[in-house]
Design a protein around this ligand. Structure first.
Ligand SMILES: Cc1cc2nc3c(=O)[nH]c(=O)nc-3n(C[C@H](O)[C@H](O)[C@H](O)COP(=O)(O)OP(=O)(O)OC[C@H]3O[C@@H](n4cnc5c(N)ncnc54)[C@H](O)[C@@H]3O)c2cc1C
Length: 281
C-alpha cells in the first residue's frame, strides 16, 4: 500500500490579541485532521521577533505536534540567530526552515548583510545543523524572484544541501509543470532532499496577485481570469480557490507527490475543504 500523504499547515504569528484568538481557533479546527507537522513563519525585528518566538513556542506546547520554526537572517548577527535557535530548542522544537529573508525593499531589492550576520541561507543551514536541528530550506517552482535562471537556483539549492538541509518547502505555485520541472532538476542534480509543495487556496484576489508579484509566482492566465471574474464576490472566490487548489493537489498526487503543505493564512475553512476533497484524512 502507498504511504499516506504527509500533511502540514503553515501559520503566521498575529500582530494583536484578536489575531491570536483567531489563530488558536484555527489551530483547533485544523489539528483534528492530524497534520504531520505545523510550521510558523518568522518576523525579524525587536517586538515582532519576541512575539514570533512566544507564539511559535506556544503552538508547540498547545498542540504537541512537531513544529518547524522558520528563521531568517534579517537584521541579526550570528550570535543573535544562535540565541533564537537555543530558545527554540528549549521549547522542544527540533526542525527549522532556514531562510535568508527579504531586504526591506522586497525580494528583488539589494541584500545588505547585518554586521556579523549572514549573507545567505546556506550559512544559516550550517549553523542550525551544527546545533542539532533538522534543517529545511525554501524552494521556488517558478524561480526565486531575484535569480537569473533555474540553473542559478539549483546551484543555490545544492549549496544548502551540501550545508546539511534535508527537506525543502516550496513557494506557492499554480502550475503542476513548474513542480515537475523542479523535481526533475533536483533529481538530475542528484540532490538528496525531501521536496514539499506549498499550496495556497486563494481566498482574496487582490492579495494573491500582490503575493504572486512579490514572490515571482506565475498565475496562469486562464486561472487569473477566472478569479478576476468573481473578485468582488468573496464566497465565489473562496469556492474557486478550493476548486483550483484541489485540482492542483490531485495533479501532484498523480505524479507521485506524497506531501502537501498548506499556507493557511491563519484561517481553516479552505484548507479543511481541500483536504476533505482529496480524501487523504
Ligand atoms: C516556504 C517558504 C517560507 C518562507 N518563510 C518566510 C518567513 O517565515 N519569513 C520571511 O521573512 N521570509 C520567508 N520566506 C521568504 C524568503 O525569505 C525569501 O524568498 C528570500 O528572498 C529568499 O530566501 P532564501 O532562503 O531562498 O535565500 P537564499 O537561499 O540566501 O537566496 C537568496 C538569493 O541569494 C542567492 N544566493 C544564495 N546563496 C548564495 C551564495 N552562497 N552566493 C551567492 N548568491 C547566493 C540566491 O540565488 C538568491 O538569489 C519564505 C519563503 C518560502 C518559499
Amino acid at each position: 500500500m502507498d504511504a499516506p500523504t504527509t500533511l502540514s499547515f503553515e501559520f503566521f504569528p498575529p500582530k494583536d490579541g484578536a489575531g491570536e484568538e483567531r489563530l488558536w481557533h484555527t489551530l483547533a479546527q485544523l489539528t483534528d485532521i492530524t497534520p504531520d507537522f505545523l510550521s510558523v513563519t518568522y518576523g525579524a525585528g525587536g517586538s515582532t521577533r519576541d512575539r514570533t518566538l512566544r507564539i511559535t513556542s506556544e503552538i508547540t506546547a498547545r498542540t504537541g505536534i512537531p513544529t518547524v520554526a522558520h528563521l531568517t537572517c534579517v537584521g541579526a548577527s550570528g550570535a543573535e540567530l544562535e540565541s533564537v535557535l537555543t530558545q527554540y530548542k528549549s521549547a522542544g522544537i527540533n526542525r527549522v526552515l532556514a531562510l535568508r529573508g527579504d531586504p526591506p525593499g522586497g525580494p528583488r531589492d539589494t541584500w545588505v548583510r547585518t554586521s556579523d550576520g549572514f549573507d545567505h541561507a546556506d550559512q544559516l543551514v550550517a549553523k542550525a545543523g551544527a546545533m542539532g536541528f533538522d534543517v529545511g530550506v525554501a524552494i521556488f517552482p517558478d524561480g526565486h524572484p531575484a535569480s537569473k535562471d533555474r540553473a542559478e537556483d539549483l546551484v543555490t539549492l545544492k549549496r544548502k544541501v551540501d550545508a546539511g538541509a534535508t527537506f525543502a518547502i516550496s513557494q506557492f505555485f499554480f502550475n503542476v509543470n513548474s513542480w515537475q520541472r523542479l523535481m526533475n532538476d533536483v533529481a538530475s542534480a542528484g540532490l538528496n532532499l525531501t521536496l514539499i509543495p506549498g499550496i495556497m487556496p486563494v481566498t482574496n484576489v487582490k492579495q494573491i496577485i500582490r503575493f504572486a508579484e512579490l514572490s515571482g509566482t506565475e498565475i496562469p492566465p486562464a486561472i487569473r481570469s477566472r478569479f478576476e471574474a468573481v473578485a468582488d464576490d468573496p464566497v465565489a472566490v473562496a469556492q474557486l480557490g478550493v476548486e483550483v487548489a484541489t485540482a492542483l493537489c490531485h495533479e501532484l498526487l498523480e505524479i507521485g507527490v506524497n506531501a502537501l503543505h498548506f499556507f493557511t493564512l491563519n484561517s481553516s475553512p479552505a484548507t479543511r475543504e481541500v483536504v476533505a476533497n482529496l480524501g487523504i484524512r
